[in-house]
Design a protein around this ligand. Sequence first.
Ligand code: PHE
Length: 470
Amino acid sequence: MADPTPDANRGAWNSKLGFILAASGSAIGLGNIVFFASNAYQYGGGAFYLPYFIALFVMGIPIMILEFTVGTMTGRSIPLALGKLAGKKGEFVGWWSLASALTITMYYITILGWALAMLVGSFGSLFEPGATAPFEPFLEPSEGVNSQVWFFNMIATWWPLVAVSVIWALTAILLWKGTETIEKGVRVFVPLMWVFMIGLVIHGLTLPGGTDGVAYLFTPNLDGITDIQVWQGAFAQMFFSLSLGLGTMVAYASYLPRDADNVNNSLLVSFLNCGFEYIAGIAIFAILFVYALNPAGGTLSLSFFVIPQGIAGFSELPLLVKSFGVFFFFLLVIAGLTSAVSLVEGMASALIDKLGISRARALALVMTPGVAGSLTFALPFIVDPALSGDGTLGFTLFDLVDHWAFRYSLITVGLLECLLLGWVLGAEKIRAAVNEHSKFKLPAFFDWMIKLIIPAILGFVLIGTLYEDI
Ligand code: PHE
């Protein structure tokens, strides 16, 4: 059968640097800045480190090598790539992972929209307590800390809908010419987010008492080692943080030359990602401890109430300090944007590969449900029921989707990828393909990691989560 998309039309990275920037830009996102810190806090600071570190070596890096190799071996996005390597079942797993990607993209972009709206708001008095909004605000100024009131005033305006549309438009612009435009974007945004994050770390550490938070984060604490939930949290966080299981890394690797060194690339991308995550943890914990803030109440409240309250103080602190709030939201927006772009690229390139349609059409096909979903999540009455009595976000549609995607879907895709590639294609074929071009040669043990060890761990995590849920 004729291939509908000759490789020349699919795009290719200009340089290895372009690929590393794009893949690390995908990996570094909201997951690194807020999800990691709130997980680390929830699971007791130092107690989270060891499981997380183990998750990186036992599962994160091997699965990234696997996904990069699937991309470079086939030159296709995840459904056709897994289809080529492992037959119809493989293709099915690929489409399934993209269905999860679509769901995750919807709410990921809603969060980015909120961050953008708050960014705009932090320049003026748009969402100040008492600001009038078209919808009923959910909090009286006296009910919560300032940043909460700001957030809920913001939700009650039209701003989130505008901001969500802007983020989607930016995503489309960055994807307009595929690798060419992605590369242009990441060359600016990825270095910029490192600069901003390092600025926040310096700010956090130079505040009086800032180092106490860092001590909490880095003091080894072996209590957590026996708690299965800590391990589950660490594995789920690692998957999401490294952008695995959603077709992203396969798509990005499919634009690499066939002889790329996948071991080297995986090590680079995962170390850049985890390095960023650790320093983000330092910045956030320093700020939390200085202001004696409690990040309980979930990831959303951490990013929108707690950290901004600490960093920005909003109208309570002098303008100079307030500007750090601007940096924080700007950082969220650019770090998240390069991740959102990669999520959408995974889906769009799959449609291009499968249907042989133009990029513009593929983007339209992804964006129609995507934009509708993000706007829905941003509607005030969707957020409204999320408010629990103490002003934190509670159990909602939002949390439900997040829980389903985060805890089940990604891990299931990873598990099936390992089983299909390990047993149907044969892990030794993957290893041979990797070793042909990599300086560091994978040992035969890698085969058993893919066939048995990783599936057993992921299966264990899934069953554990299911057991807790029912
Ligand atoms: N890794 C990104 C983050 O940490 C999220 C993401 C997941 C992006 C999967 C693409 C694919 O925010």
